[in-house]
Design a protein around this ligand. Structure first.
Ligand SMILES: NC(=O)c1ccc[n+]([C@@H]2O[C@H](COP(=O)([O-])OP(=O)(O)OC[C@H]3O[C@@H](n4cnc5c(N)ncnc54)[C@H](OP(=O)(O)O)[C@@H]3O)[C@@H](O)[C@H]2O)c1
Length: 307
């Protein structure tokens, strides 16, 4: 039976296990893929811990970990058009990706351009698409200054590059270990930690026009204080009520195949490098998840299932 990495109840890493599961059968609107690569995201350990997405019912254990994958179509479910066996695709999955087979949601699945690797494609549905949605939501004019917190993580590296590609000046807050990466991506680096607002003012004395927060907590609160117009404050890293209290909003996710096509095109055009810093084989999925769960991953972590 095909192998998968699962959690068997809600809790910490002790709930995780490798399992042999039946090959899934695609239902209506689903695409069965032989997984080549799966991106690893904070939401994976958050779901394991009991977090539920809006409208999501109770978990049915064992739950396969992972929310995004790239692979080759094996079979399509009822009502699915535009995909056929053998197509190379990437997309979102609510039913797990750290596995030899996964069911992608057809409406958030796109054809993988030949010039895009499976490894890079596997990082686009969650991190890069979230970055894209957020920068677009802020709708800043060319030449405006965008502050990105958590700039060296999965969403951050994509947000920096998309903002630069759209003509924004970008200030990226990240730890010292990520300074070189942030600068290489065309942003001004500001070290994270207490006193953040003063350090941002020093590099952007004319102020910032938008904030894309990817951290939450004190970092979000301090960054919010830098904005004259709080409608230009968004976060992917804090709950809606926290950011609403500061006058901002959660990033509104489009979750469409069209956005996946757009971010793939940016990669192919050389304007977006998802910056995969580490890869792990499926039988080291536990190590891959720990590398994200420690909260300080550099760029993206990917599980290469069959590369
Ligand atoms: N709503 C959605 O659809 C959606 C989608 C994707 C992600 N998200 C959320 O957005 C957040 C970021 O996701 P991601 O994939 O970019 O995560 P990630 O790859 O783990 O990156 C997070 C970054 O935050 C920084 N960080 C962590 N703790 C910090 C602190 N105390 N102060 C300052 N910086 C800190 C880390 O950088 P340093 O090492 O420099 O500290 C890290 O690079 C997560 O909360 C995730 O769940 C939401």
């Amino acid at each position: 039976m095909p192998k998968a990495y699962v959690y068997t109840r809600h809790g910490g890493p002790e709930t995780e296990a490798f399992a042999d599961l039946d090959r899934p059968v695609p239902g209506p609107g689903e695409v069965l893929v032989a997984v080549r690569a799966a991106g690893v995201n904070p939401v994976d350990w958050k779901l394991r811990g009991g977090f539920r997405r809006p409208g999501e019912g109770d978990a049915r254990f064992p739950v396969v970990l992972g929310s995004e994958a790239a692979g080759v179509v094996e079979e399509t479910g009822a009502g699915v058009t535009g995909f056929a066996a053998g197509d190379e695709v990437f997309g979102n999955t609510p039913t797990g990706a750290f596995a030899e087979y996964a069911l992608l949601t057809a409406s958030v699945t796109a054809h993988k351009p030949a010039a895009l690797s499976f490894t890079d494609a596997a990082t686009l549905p969650v991190a890069a698409a979230t970055a894209y949605d957020g920068v677009r939501q802020l709708d800043l004019p060319e030449g405006a200054t965008l502050l990105v917190t958590g700039a060296g993580g999965g969403v951050g590296v994509a947000a920096l590059q998309i903002a630069r590609a759209w003509g924004l000046r970008v200030v990226g807050v990240a730890g010292e270990a990520k300074k070189d990466l942030v600068e290489a991506l065309g942003a001004v680096h500001v070290p994270s930690g207490p006193g953040l607002a003063d350090r941002v003012r020093a590099v952007a004395p004319e102020g910032v026009d938008g904030v894309y927060d990817l951290v939450g907590g004190e970092v979000l609160a301090e960054a919010a204080g830098l904005l004259a117009d709080r409608t230009k404050l968004i976060t992917a890293g804090a709950p809606p009520e926290t950011v609403a209290a500061l006058g901002g909003a959660r990033v509104a996710r489009a979750r469409t195949a069209a956005v996946l096509d757009e971010v793939a095109e940016l990669v192919v055009a050389g304007e977006l490098d998802p910056h995969v810093s580490r890869t792990f084989p499926l039988d080291k999925a536990d190590e891959a998840l720990r590398a994200v769960e420690d909260g300080h991953a550099l760029g993206k972590i990917v599980i290469e299932v069959a590369i």
